[in-house]
Design a binder for this molecule. Structure first.
Ligand code: BTN
Length: 245
């Protein structure tokens, strides 16, 4: 992954550009990164903003032709876990995944991941996994966000080279992607579970309709969350926004 590696000074959104390239026939593996996005996109139609040059903003274009559509969400987990491994290996900081698609540091959001995919004739044509990682954000930069957030600079007291970080993430994503395609779903799930901020915690999940409360009992091999809602009652949740109690 990461070949070719495309670098933009300014782009509307690396996810949008990756999708345009995919529709023009670009091959599997491209990585697009930008210093600045004029229309950065978050989940649920939200905007994604970052001070110029302080974040690692990148998107991967993937063509997992043989991956069943119902496992597409695992590509999100491949990238989240790759970020956790790289941040731990390089910076010595314990990053945790917060289902469905954030990475947290010390209880605050460090990374947002946005996965978008296109099918053709019921098969995956291409998937774009984009991530925005708060690398060299100062405490003042972080204070401008509506919710508490983390950065590697604020957590470690030093600045980090984003190219070195991206290279480490791509190396880890390569290994995790290979194990996904090899069908090692339980190994991936076990790593996700070990890295989970939510495992064992009491949460409320807004699944777009109702609020559901319970204790996070674990995760399914396809990435869904297992919520224990009472004695002997488990609910499988496939999407939603999670609040910790
Ligand atoms: C979220 O937490 O809402 C997901 C945020 C994803 C942001 C990244 S930044 C790089 C890529 N390009 C985008 O427009 N969005 C993703």
């Amino acid at each position: 992954l990461g070949r070719p590696l495309l670098h933009y000074q300014t782009i509307d959104s690396t996810n949008l550009e990756a999708r345009r390239l995919a529709e023009a026939g670009a091959a599997h593996g491209a990585c697009l990164c930008a210093e600045h996005q004029s229309a950065g996109r978050g989940r649920l139609g939200r905007a994604w903003q970052a001070p110029v040059g302080a974040s690692l903003l990148f998107s991967l274009l993937l063509r997992p032709v043989d991956l069943p559509v119902d496992l597409v969400f695992l590509l999100n987990n491949v990238v989240s876990l790759a970020v956790c491994r790289a941040v731990e290996g390089l910076c010595g900081l314990r990053a945790m995944v917060k289902w469905p698609n954030d990475v947290f540091l010390d209880g605050r959001k460090l990374v947002g991941v946005l996965t978008e995919f296109t099918c053709r004739a019921d098969r995956i044509d291409h998937v774009v996994v984009g991530a925005g990682l708060n690398v060299n954000w100062s405490p003042e930069d972080l204070a401008m966000l509506p919710a508490p957030a983390a950065s590697l600079l604020a957590a470690s007291g030093r600045r980090w080279d984003r190219a070195v970080l991206l290279a480490a993430i791509l190396r880890q994503a390569d290994a995790l992607y290979a194990s996904l395609l090899a069908g090692q779903l339980e190994a991936l799930r076990d790593e996700y579970q070990r890295q989970s901020l939510l495992l064992g915690r009491q949460v409320t999940i807004d699944d777009g309709g109702a609020l559901v409360g319970g204790q996070v009992a674990g995760f399914e091999p396809d990435g869904a969350l297992r919520l224990s809602t009472g004695p002997g009652r488990v609910r499988i949740v496939r999407h939603g926004d999670v609040s910790l109690k």
